[in-house]
Design a protein around this ligand. Structure first.
Ligand code: DOR
Ligand code: ZN
Length: 350
């Protein structure tokens, strides 16, 4: 007998859907599982203003209409730059923008226009604190001299902790955390009883450690940023995600790239998990016997953090291996999903 689990419809609190023809291909995957998703602003050019975000949202809504999807809502973000003004922050707060994304310049895909020195963003951070607009953080320092596996931990000491001291009321989400240091920092932070610090965790960081980058040869489809870490870090992430601590919630960071741009001499960072993200999370929770904690992590804590209502409908997952195709369409190209040609242990019951 297959096991099933029924949970409140979940949300994805960190997602890349890109733009143009790609939208239709990737949104269908996400909307088959989730009710809402926070849409990342690292387009080319980046989504730096409310007007650009509104136009992007309209393109997403158009794609949803073409796909005849009515239950899914995109939640829009703005890309923080050295020049983001307090006025733009105020406008964002009045226009349902869910948060500003901090990409340290050069940290990852399309981050060149990001923040070069955090002090340059301080007037925007002050306004975000004042208007209660969350700061969503890609937490890695960019100095090439710092080992890539240490960049998240160094970011905590050099950037995150000082920001929290300088802006104690600023609401922060430390996104796609990958280390024990980040997990414990968020768990142990004193927020004076306020809801000011949370973290998202991806399915791929719960399921893989850095050995997966090199199993039998180099594995470009397992390369993402922040890069996979040692097993002890994966274990710490699983502990946090399955702990029932509401500071930790689901954010897939599903990041589609054309196959040729991953399988290249300088391949792009990003794992595509939207095709069955929930199945991957269910696998990670099931492996440690904590499936009963999946609903809080996937469907409750993120909504609570962002002061949005939890969904009222439910979805059911079933423990039946689902075959993953080698490729999916991606506009004029194709993308290679995580577990291509293999199976995922759980999937949405049809
Ligand atoms: O692996 C990643 N891919 N990490 C990011 O921070 C960005 C993302 C992307 O946009 O491809
Ligand atoms: Zn991302």
């Amino acid at each position: 007998m297959s096991r099933t689990i029924t949970i409140t419809r979940p949300d994805d609190w960190h997602l890349h859907v890109r733009d143009g023809a790609v939208l239709n291909d990737v949104l269908a995957h996400t909307a088959a599982q989730f009710g809402r998703a926070i849409i990342m602003p690292n387009l080319k050019p980046p989504v730096t203003t409310v007007d650009l975000a509104k136009a992007y949202e309209a393109r997403i809504q158009k794609a949803l209409k073409q796909l005849e999807i009515s239950h899914f809502s995109p939640l829009m973000t703005l890309y923080l730059t050295d020049n983001t003004s307090a006025d733009e922050v105020k406008k964002a707060s009045e226009n349902s923008i869910i948060g500003f994304k901090l990409y340290p310049a050069g940290a990852t895909t399309n981050s060149d226009g990001g923040v070069t020195n955090i002090k340059k963003a301080y007037s925007a951070l002050e306004a975000m604190q004042r208007f209660s607009v969350p700061l969503l953080i890609h937490g890695e320092v960019t100095e090439q001299a710092i080992d890539i596996f240490d960049r998240e931990a160094v970011f905590i000491d050099r950037i995150l902790d000082p920001i929290r001291k300088d802006f104690p009321e600023l609401r922060i989400v430390f996104e796609h955390i990958t280390t024990k240091q980040a997990a414990h920092y968020v768990r142990d932070a004193n927020t004076n009883g306020k809801n000011t610090l949370a973290a998202t965790i991806t399915a791929h960081h719960l399921l893989m450690n850095r050995n997966s980058l090199f199993t039998g040869g180099i594995r470009p489809h397992h390369y993402c940023l922040p890069v996979l870490k040692r097993e002890e870090h994966r274990i710490a992430l699983v502990e946090m995600a399955t702990s029932g601590n509401p500071r930790f919630f689901l954010g897939t960071d599903s990041a589609p790239h054309p196959k040729g741009e991953k399988e290249s001499s300088c391949g792009c960072a990003g794992c595509y998990t939207a095709h069955n993200a929930l199945g991957l999370y269910a696998e990670a929770f099931d492996r440690v016997g904590k499936l009963d904690r999946l609903e809080g992590f996937a469907s409750h804590y993120g909504a609570d953090y962002y002061n949005l209502p939890r969904h009222t409908e439910t979805i059911t997952l079933v423990n039946q291996p689902q075959a993953v195709p080698f490729e999916y369409p991606m506009g004029k190209s194709t993308l290679v999903p995580l577990r291509a040609g293999e199976t995922i242990g759980w999937s949405i019951a049809s």
